[in-house]
Design a protein. Sequence first.
Length: 477
Amino acid sequence: MAHMTQIPPTIPPQAIFEAQYSASRAQIDVPLSLRRDRLGRLRTLIETHADTLSEAVAADFGVRAKALTEVADLFVLRAAIGQLHRQLPRWMKPRRVATPLYLMPARGHVQRQPLGVVGVIGPWNYPLQLTFGPAAAALAAGNRVMLKPSELTPHTSALMASLVQQVFAADEFSVVLGGADVAQAFAQLPFDHLFFTGSTAVGRLVATAAAANLTPTTLELGGKSPCVIDASCDLGDAAIKIAHGKLFNAGQTCIAPDYVMIPRGQEAAFEAAYTAAVARLFPTIAGNPDYAAIVSDRHLARLQALLDEARTSGARVVDVSPTAPAIQATSRQMNPTLVFNPQADTRLMNEELFGPILPVLSYDNLDDAITTINRRPRPLALYWFGRDTAARDRLLNNTVSGGVTVNDTLMHVAHEGLPFGGVGESGWGAYHGETGFLRFTQQKPVLVQSRWAMGNLFYPPYGPRFERVMGLIKRWL
Ligand code: NAD
């Protein structure tokens, strides 16, 4: 059990912002060496305190395997910071742009500059990856960063604040602690960019607060991500990958498959395959250190209420955990369930689940599946399992989602070369890799005029000379 970290003496967020703002305007040209130095300090912080950080996350959840935090938070961070460090010299360089004929011989390029002060607001589910990750990209792009982690992971957030304070000056990178009231005031600071990861409901509040300052935002939100099983798929293989994606962190993953769509008639086969997959991954639930707890009593009660409502409204709810009892109340480890064909108007089918409950909807043909997906807000992720590439392409070409993994779940988030983000109600703006670097970068266009420029041919007084030149130029376009 991690001990509560000494919370560093608090500097008011407004004062940190002002210090960062002045510093960002005093040094706009942030050299490669300083950016790499900041990334290096963050990397060392993570490496040196990996164990304590994992213990803090476990203390916040009650049950959360060190290996889970290692793979989902620390490994991903190491990979991201490593790539930023390696690619920075290339990504920082100005980009030459070809000059159109009518502007010859001028030259154009795009200069890549820091935005200034970036605010990051994070959620509790992957409390290290989703806070230090965007912060690393913003630091690499030469910005100052203020980070507000979640109040639902108090051990982790306090430890992050203390560690960051040990290796960064407050005007470089600073962690602000507090609940929704602090978060609300934080979102009102006039950042140069505000990066938010959390629920769609709070995302709306963040966008509204930021709009008052004309602060651009990135919103990494949630939603109901569908998983479509095609008749051509190997059900055993799909079931284990779906079970892994659904039960990773007990379903508390933004891109977890929220519900499954299966060709009508394959329900029993899927139930058997999913049950076997769960038993293979988690031979027991209650007391199993590999199976994460639901983060709080309130979150567990909500999930129970969703199941109760589905049951009362007539859906078939199947507990697929290999062993009884249903829930170990003290550990908040909730049994995985399947819910067959719940009513469309239930909370189960209208709220993001964020837990180990998997609704299974039967469909008759691909068009039905596409219509069901397109009737809902655009999801953060979409999964498809099968071998029929024509069916796959038809689904991908006719649905819009934040991202896609084919024949697996979750994995597109781990590819640093792929932009990661939502669309519509699942958010806007993307990050990871160069996309993340550019998210926090002003791409400033610069045109350098030549002494041989012929722009004066277009100057007034307009007359026959102007007409002749215009006539010639129009032929080149
Ligand atoms: P949340 O929206 O409840 O809280 C997120 C953060 O917002 C917290 O730090 C909180 O203090 C802060 N906050 C609360 N009220 C605020 C306000 N009025 N103004 C500004 N900030 C405020 O989300 P959560 O419960 O921590 O996380 C779960 C949600 O996050 C799920 O919906 C999940 O899908 C989503 N999520 C998305 C991604 C992604 O990358 N797209 C990743 C993880 C989680």
